[in-house]
Design a protein around this ligand. Sequence first.
Ligand SMILES: Nc1ncnc2c1ncn2[C@@H]1O[C@H](COP(=O)(O)OP(=O)(O)OP(=O)(O)O)[C@@H](O)[C@H]1O
Length: 645
Amino acid sequence: MLFSSDALVHIASDSKASEKYTWLGERLRLTFKMMRSDSRLIRTMCHSHGLMQCSSKNPQVNVIWMGAPVKSVKMRELMPWQRLNQFPRSTELTKKDRLYENIERSKSIFGEAYDFIPEFYVTPRENQKMEIAFDRVLKEVTAAGGELCFPGEFIVKPTNSRQGKGIFFANSMADIPAEGPLLVSRYLKDPYLVNNHKFDLRIYVAVTSFYPLVAYVYSEGLARLASRPYDTSASSADSNEYVHLTNYSINKNSTSFVRNESMSSEDLGHKWTLGALLRYVENEGKDAKLLMLRIEDLIVKSLLSIQNSVATASRTTLRFACTNFELFGFDVLVDQALKPWLLEVNLSPSLACDAPLDSLLKTRLIADLLNLACVPLLDKKIIDSVTPALRKSMNASQDSETSDPDELELDPKCAKTLKRRPVGLKRSVLTKKIVSGNTSLIPNTEKKFDQIVRKVELEEGRRGDFIRVFPRNGTWGMYSPVMEDLGSDDFDERLFAEVITKKNMKNSSEQIATSSSSSSSSHSTFSSSAFSSMRIEEVSDLFHDVMMECSKYPSLADVPIEVREIISPWYEEASEYTKKITQDGETYASKLPTIRSTARLRTKSCAEFYEVRKVQMAKKKEAEAAAAKENEPVVLQAVAAKRVV
Ligand SMILES: Nc1ncnc2c1ncn2[C@@H]1O[C@H](COP(=O)(O)OP(=O)(O)OP(=O)(O)O)[C@@H](O)[C@H]1O
């Protein structure tokens, strides 16, 4: 299935243009469901492509969108044609304390290559260590003749809260409450400023496989600016939160907050596009593309730090390859030296579209993400007829490692249904696999790997504005020294060989064939002349030094030639991040469209659920209105009394 943000332009009207996008989903009766999420964008995108919404209890569904962690028993039930926006144990990345602990663990194994999170402690279990840290910081500051930073040397966050809730600052143990868990991290007091305002970046990252790791960074993102100028002097009269926190959810309440209501400008107010921010950085004479390479590097390393956990969980939880994908929101703070620091990773990054820029960016993001997920085009009739055999096979494989496909009882209607050719799938493939029963229905590890290789190749043509950051030219050489050994499968190395080395070999033999005089490609993996004098491990060490030491290597020109040769193609690709997302003269919708009622396809149970909810909402509104009416005279009296005073 191919998703397009253009589909949203037509979904409000009952026109031929809207049918162009909806007919296929409707014909194949594709479905989606949303659990613990009510994202309007996801719903609009699916309805715009003719997908029918079904209730959260319905197991026969094509796309499942979860807004909270999914239990592993539910993941075990996934069918090969289903797509779920989550991997098992990805909370290792999205729970603040677990993220920091995982990266710290990698740092203890691989050293400074993982130096991109601020020093941190988790209360109450690290209270002792934290007390020592408070004393150390005080001594350091007084020895340097300075004063403790205002509003605090440490920033404290509840480990499971969001949107800046419950954040405060601390300078000593007395500031830390007994109840936890809290993440206490060193406050990065020298942020890079934009027009004297602090900002952080929201970078969208899609993962389509954890082992082997396949990760993409979206070329469009957001920069969120604090609504008041940055100031670390205690005399500042400004409210701390509007100066030191950059969350949109907090700053939108500030009287100084300026909304970007314009589509003509990407750098207006306190929410900019990533591209606008990078162009600002470039105008200041800094290397914004190298900054993006460093951000890509910290993203890859964060994912690698949890690869072992996710791979272990996936082995027992996921029966089929390619059923899962995930979108993460990485929050990154950039300091004066242009070093990016990872603050946190969001499990379900906000898809709210409350400004025109959000609508434009996020609709494209979700269309591209669903394209990466590669939702198969299978008729519901085929799914219904194949499901019993597959379920049986799944239950059988639970009892024994190798299921015997010959013992499978196939639905007698199955063969008949398969005569109808499903769109996008060759009949011969289905017949061979399911009707003849001579192939196991549950793929073994090797088959799963082959399927992943095929899907990664397919993703190349479907990635839209996503940039694949792992694997790509040079990544195996650079990252294998800082990757954990995940066993004898060697999937990461083999995937690299399949999709990068083979492609390079094919390209170079084509080049030789077409032009004998052509010079050797700078994109080739290890063909660089620089490697003759340096071992690949040494180049890798140097690469990680370049990624971490921003003052030492402020621009590409300062990067040693051995590393520069490897990262030059990545650097070129990073131009994608700096481009404008709007085009002069184009008009863009300022908000999401209202889906016309005939396109709001819902199963009966789902429609009933929404009916009940509508009544509940109406009742709630009535109750609120009644309560407001009751309070009205009191408020008016209070206002009147104030006026008199
Ligand atoms: N170590 C730090 N140094 C400097 N500023 C920080 C630090 N940690 C957090 N901040 C600031 O506080 C804000 C909120 O932090 P964080 O994103 O970790 O919290 P959150 O409540 O989970 O927010 P979100 O809504 O993104 O989930 C950040 O956007 C950043 O501006």
